[in-house]
Design a protein around this ligand. Structure first.
Ligand SMILES: Cc1cc2nc3c(=O)[nH]c(=O)nc-3n(C[C@H](O)[C@H](O)[C@H](O)COP(=O)(O)OP(=O)(O)OC[C@H]3O[C@@H](n4cnc5c(N)ncnc54)[C@H](O)[C@@H]3O)c2cc1C
Length: 395
């Protein structure tokens, strides 16, 4: 490891590794890149604990574009990462159900998705019952279904492939935490690591996931990104539920419960009520089983009666990189401290968007501008301006 790098990235999971990968491998950038990761097992990273699903059913065009780049990458793994590249991608679609009250928003989101070229169709309850006969269509007025370009994958294989490619292309990785960020005037000059080393840097990238707010604070920057606990439950169903897509039940019957196949099992979860959702302690990964018993299971059994006979196999908790301002990403340079770059706050959709976001950050660093997807809408300056970028489809 050198004592100076052109770019130092705090956090080596999907955001940090994608940035390093895009700089060194895809752009062949000549500058030096160091990724500082405090836990190289990534065991508690949001990336590893995510539901690892990818969709185009967003309401913000930039979110659709970021995820479409993820899909593009998934379709070209072997050309980009070699003949053995595989991330267990199942392109089996999202099915978002809406009740009568949700129809206008579903339709307006659909219009945005179609304008972006997504392959999403709107279908009614009869068509749902025809395609998935085991469904109850109670309370469903309309649904959006992704015929292609959506599905799920293995988060570890995704991260591991990108991280190894970044390393092979010349990015250095250090096992340490960033514990200090030094500035001179309005520039970051160096970072201090938990092992006491001080590394000078040309540009600093914050890719610390749920800890991004804490890392920003080291440079005296307020960033309202914090850990919020989310649970994933793994269940077995003894009856056949064939060809189930990623089901997002947005009707009153289910309050946003999701479920999708995972090998021989299914995984499911739900977003908490906004009133009860709060910052999680950094080391709190305890699972709330009552949420499954009282909300998720009854909702699943109402929608798919075969799920009445579910067996809970296991469950885990992970931390969302939750942006409290508007639940959307913060990407780009700090307006004053211009060599401090954010890649934060993806609030539940960052696993799929990591490569797209990493590409954007790499372009900013290498070219001084976005070249593929203009992400200025996610700039940090929107916080001071009070300009929210509200994503209607947060799961
Ligand atoms: C339960 C759950 C379900 C999800 N489902 C999905 C989904 O289906 N689809 C989707 O796209 N997204 C999903 N997400 C969101 C997604 O996982 C995150 O948005 C994304 O992984 C964020 O990536 P990241 O690299 O920014 O953060 P992380 O993966 O958390 O990585 C941050 C890294 O920074 C390191 N770090 C932290 N502080 C420091 C420091 N001071 N110094 C050095 N290293 C540090 C950490 O050890 C960690 O490895 C889900 C998240 C959760 C928790």
């Amino acid at each position: 490891m050198q004592d100076r790098y052109d770019v130092v990235i705090a956090g080596g999971a999907i955001m940090g590794s994608s940035t390093a990968w895009y700089l060194k491998k895809e752009l062949g950038w000549s500058g030096s890149v160091l990724v500082v990761e405090k836990d190289p097992t990534y065991a508690r990273s949001a990336t590893m604990l995510s539901a690892a699903s990818i969709r185009q059913q967003f309401s913000t065009p930039e979110n659709i574009r970021l995820s479409r780049y993820g899909i593009e990458l998934m379709h070209s793994l072997k050309e980009r990462f070699g003949p053995d590249a595989d991330i267990g991608f199942h392109e089996e679609g999202y099915l978002t159900l809406a009740s009568e009250a949700g129809v206008p928003i579903l339709k307006s989101n659909h219009a945005i998705q179609m304008a972006e070229g997504s392959d999403i169709e709107l279908i009614g309850p009869d068509e749902i019952a025809r395609r998935w006969p085991y469904f109850s269509t109670e309370g469903v007025a309309l649904a959006a279904y992704g015929r292609s370009g959506e599905g799920w994958f293995d988060a570890w294989m995704w991260l591991d492939m990108i991280r190894k490619s970044a390393k092979a292309a010349g990015a250095d990785y250090a096992h340490a935490a960033v514990v200090g960020i030094e500035k001179e005037g309005d520039k970051v000059t160096s970072v201090t690591l938990s092992d006491g080393r001080k590394i000078a840097c040309g540009t600093f990238v914050n890719a610390a996931g749920p800890a991004a707010g804490d890392v920003a604070k080291l440079a005296g920057i307020e960033l309202p990104v914090e850990p919020r606990k989310r649970f994933v439950y793994v269940v077995h169903c003894r009856e056949q539920v064939p060809n189930l897509p990623m089901l997002i039940d947005g009707t009153a019957v289910a309050s946003g419960v999701y479920v999708r196949p995972e090998g021989q099992f299914f995984i499911c979860g739900v977003s908490p009520d906004e009133e009860t959702d709060a910052r999680a302690a950094d080391d709190d990964f305890d699972v709330d089983y009552s949420l499954f018993d009282e909300l998720i299971w009854p909702a699943l059994a109402t929608r798919i009666p075969a799920f009445e006979a579910l067996k809970l196999i296991r469950a885990w908790a992970g931390h969302y990189d939750f942006h409290t301002f508007d639940h959307n990403a913060v990407v780009g340079r700090h307006p004053e401290i211009s060599n401090f770059v954010f890649c934060n706050g993806f609030s539940g959709h960052g696993c799929q968007q990591g490569p797209g976001a990493g590409r954007a950050v790499a372009e900013l660093i290498a070219f001084g501008e976005y070249r593929s997807i203009d992400l200025s809408v996610f700039g940090y300056d929107r916080l001071a301006a009070g300009r929210k970028v509200v994503e209607a489809n947060i799961i």
